[in-house]
Design a protein around this ligand. Sequence first.
Ligand code: S3P
Length: 182
Amino acid sequence: MMRIILIGYMGAGKTTLGKALAKAHNIPFYDLDWYIESRMRKTIPQIFAEQGEDGFRRIEYNMLHEVAEFDEVVLSCGGGTPCFFDNIDYMNQQGETVYLKASPDVLYTHLQMGKKPRPLLHEQEPTAIQTKIQSHLLEREPYYRKAKHIFSVDFLDNFEKINNSVRQLSSLLHLQQPTFNK
Ligand code: S3P
């Protein structure tokens, strides 16, 4: 059984690294937000708009309990997943949890690079978003730090850097060293 569960703030690279790690080791990859969207047939912003954050968290809780039961999985969670209910304790029971730790600067840059809509970061002004990231991260870190492993993430803006992180993550998790096809 191999369950790897990636947590961390929005923009840490959970989906990017989770997908690459899963591919390198031939393990099925799931992104919790994508799973929620396909099971609910609604986008995450739609769910927030229709059911509020509380509704979203209940759905997220239920879907987490589905996916984290799969025997072989690399699972990338949402930034808030470990911070609600007893989710982090449950994830620690189910598998190898890894906190992808990145500085507010890296998080902000990744969020600017990505196109994913984030209902919790709708502030328009760059400085407002940066301030929000800093304070929100402080609030959430106590949950993130409960992960079994902590992995530092720097800028992931090219394949070489992503592959390097996958190599380091593989050693951290005592997985075979991957070889990457060019
Ligand atoms: C959230 C993060 C999002 C998504 C939702 C709420 C959060 O996932 O689950 O918008 O509370 O941090 P990503 O971390 O993949 O952006």
